[in-house]
Design a protein around this ligand. Sequence first.
Ligand SMILES: C[S@@+](CC[C@H](N)C(=O)[O-])C[C@H]1O[C@@H](n2cnc3c(N)ncnc32)[C@H](O)[C@@H]1O
Length: 281
Amino acid sequence: MAHEHQQVGSLLQEANLALEGSGSPSLDCQLILAFALGQTREWLIANSDRKICEKQADEFRNLILRRKQREPVAYILGRKEFWNSQLAVTRDTLVPRPETELLVETLLNKFDDTPRLVVDLGTGSGAIAVALASERPNWQIVGVDISQGALEVAKGNGSSFPKLSWMQGFWGNALRDNCFDLLVCNPPYIAENDPYLDHLGCEPQVALVSDDNGLADLYLVIQEARHLLKPGGHVLLEHGHDQQQQVCNRLKDSDFDALPLADLQGHPRAVLARKGIQVLP
Ligand SMILES: C[S@@+](CC[C@H](N)C(=O)[O-])C[C@H]1O[C@@H](n2cnc3c(N)ncnc32)[C@H](O)[C@@H]1O
């Protein structure tokens, strides 16, 4: 097919057709073309008659092909917006989800900028840790992940926040007991046999899947919270829509009180819990 000097508008039309049937073809095409041309989406709209050279058009078509093969737009662009910033993401990191902003919002609403020691377990791209650091400059925040590749990305994302540090570890095993005020965690919580996993093929399995019907890591992190938090410290956990009851029960059995939280769509999404004030042996 000859595509010599195709116009922006017709390139977008062609790409829209190629992505027909995917979730949001029009938005995806605009984001990808704006990225390929180093322009904004507004520029595309204002310049739909502008001719694009064949080399740029081919580059764009290759990116659209990746999207057609279900690669997330965030991996194609190498970035994703979360809270108030654009974060770098790679195939080593989960693509941060808008639902996870509930964790950030909950902590900001409840805790002021008094100095606190905070840990983000399973930090991935650093999304939660970086958002908190940007809003609470007095908090000392540690982001932990098992994946060195993810930590490299997180370090870049958090490089402008002096009180943010990073550590590789299996949950809290490299951290000191009884010294954190807050523990936040969005662990892997999808069951191994969940058919929804077929849609998430590009993202790291270690970020998504957990044993015991998706609950194994949530339970491990509750155990960690018992040890890492000071008496009276708080843990905030994201979980799957059908896991809230089990998470609350496990927290209560572990000497926490538990406040269930829903996301903007009204789905059960997180639990905030306070550790009992008795000092553990
Ligand atoms: C659901 S992702 C969350 C990433 C990020 N916090 C977010 O909300 O976008 C879970 C993260 O936990 C990490 N992880 C999985 N198992 C872990 C373990 N045993 N210890 C530490 N981190 C772990 C994964 O590498 C992944 O980055």
